[in-house]
Design a protein around this ligand. Structure first.
Ligand code: PLP
Length: 452
């Protein structure tokens, strides 16, 4: 029997294709879109969504897809999670907006309290809320500059921090994020990441940190660094997990140098990696933590949380925005966080890892095109290469991803070289559904990269 998840329309937790993909109604919408929506905005799926619940997305032709993407790591508590829907409805009926900078309300304060409690470290913290991940990261740079009186920001190869002008400067990859959009913000310096699959074999995290920090000291000067900004596991860059010791060495250097250590946990946060925050896996306590995505079950909300003395160094009125900490989004966040706690979704993420990793490793053994299997919790990836080399194979990655879509499984790609298949299932996904999605993935590999 398939689970029926409640919602305005019950959604069976099953994969079911009833038309070709895309079906006729999706094709009609694609034609309307082409005439109305700029081609500058792309979409991964060829189908248009009608509803979604739990781990299943239903398109306008009635096809049901198992979601291994969660709208890019957002719907961690599941699509249309009942607690989130109830909280959003109640808040929308009470009031939808006053602007916290005009008429403050409890929901904002309650989310800040949760962020102060949940982010790593027991020190005194303060938070501010925003609407997108990019905004949270931009505000981290603003806070770090005011608090230190310095301007340089250190970022890493393969980093992704957003699409605003400053966050484009912080982001590494040119296409599609930066090409033609400059000039970019200044005082941003990029150094090598620890990328075990592509670094010299055996390079430790400490050695990779020394490589990066030697450049910082010689080219910027430690005294000029306001912030070192890093994703504890890189997201768009291809789920790059740095070698153990890399993050602690960077954090130590910041402490010694008076720079602010900023963790961009926009993609890794809120139970995704099997802990509330990915920094915890190595006991790293960032000075500032940027959050978004999974925080609010699909509503747009972002946070910046950090040491009280840093966050309060900014003059009153220096941080904010019309929609930052919107009350409906705050209600969704409180319900999402409660759900994560009550359902132990960090534990669920570890369970997903326990199911998926052996399957992905078996694929690696069998296929010859999987160079690396990596990630933590429910943030896992395979990096595809030409057999016997570590040359990226983006075409194969795309072909396999599209084959999964055609069979009713939503997968995403990533990576500087476009050759990473990444998996971000809702943390509430059932074992049967996850296993079925992995069977579809296996078949897609068998069709496009026959076993060696
Ligand atoms: C690590 C990281 N930082 C920042 C962002 C930007 O977030 P948003 O798209 O909400 O602006 C993203 C989005 O993918 C991200 O993965």
């Amino acid at each position: 029997m398939t689970d029926l998840l409640p919602g305005p329309v019950a959604v069976a937790q099953e994969r079911r294709l009833v038309t070709e993909v895309p079906g006729p109604r999706s094709r009609e919408l694609a034609a309307r879109r082409a005439a109305a929506v700029t081609s500058a905005v792309g979409s991964v799926l060829p189908v248009y969504v009608e509803r979604a619940a739990g781990s299943v997305v239903v398109d306008v032709d009635g096809n049901s897809f198992i979601d291994l993407g969660s709208g890019i790591a957002v719907t961690s508590v599941g699509h249309a999670a009942p607690e989130v829907v109830a909280a959003v409805s109640a808040q929308a009926a009470a009031f939808t907006h006053t602007c916290f900078m005009v008429g403050p309300y409890e929901g904002y304060v309650a989310v800040a309290e949760e962020l102060d409690r949940l982010t790593p470290g027991n020190h005194e913290k303060r938070s501010a809320l925003f609407t997108s991940g990019a905004e949270a990261v931009e505000n981290a740079v603003k806070v770090a500059r005011v608090a230190t009186g310095r301007s340089a920001v250190v970022v890493f190869d393969h980093a992704y921090h957003g699409r605003t002008n400053l966050t484009m400067a912080l982001t590494a990859k040119n296409m599609p994020y930066k090409n033609g959009f400059g000039p970019f913000a200044g005082e941003v310096y990029r150094v090598p990441m620890s990328y075990p699959f592509r670094d010299e074999p055996g390079m430790t995290g400490e050695q990779a940190a020394a490589r990066a920090l030697a450049l910082v000291e010689s080219q910027i000067g430690a005294d000029n660094v306001a912030a070192v900004l890093i994703e504890p596991i890189q997201g768009e860059g291809g789920f790059v997990v740095p070698a153990p010791g890399f993050l602690p060495a960077l954090a130590d250097w910041c402490r010694r140098s008076g720079a602010v250590f900023v963790a961009d946990e926009v993609q890794t946060g809120f139970c995704r990696t099997g802990a509330w925050f990915a920094s915890e896996h190595e006991g790293v306590v960032p000075d500032l933590v940027a959050t978004a995505k999974g925080i609010a079950g699909g509503m747009p909300l972002a946070g910046l949380t950090g040491r009280a003395e840093l966050m309060d160094a900014v003059h009153t009125g220096g941080l904010g925005g019309t929609y930052g900490g919107n009350p409906v989004a705050c209600a969704a966040a409180i319900a999402s966080i409660r759900t994560m706690r009550e359902m132990d979704l960090a534990g669920a993420a570890r369970g997903i890892e326990a199911t998926m990793l052996p399957r992905l490793r078996a694929l690696q053994e069998r296929s010859g095109v999987v160079g690396d299997v990596r990630g933590r919790g429910a943030m896992l990836a395979v990096e595809l290469v030409r057999p016997g080399t570590n040359e990226p194979d983006a075409a194969l990655t795309n072909a396999i991803s599209k084959a999964c879509h055609a069979e009713g499984v939503i997968t995403l790609t990533a990576g500087t070289f476009g050759n990473v298949l990444r998996f971000l299932p809702p943390l509430v996904i059932g074992q049967d559904l996850l296993t079925e999605a992995l069977d579809v993935l296996d078949a897609a590999f068998d069709a496009h990269a026959p076993a060696r």
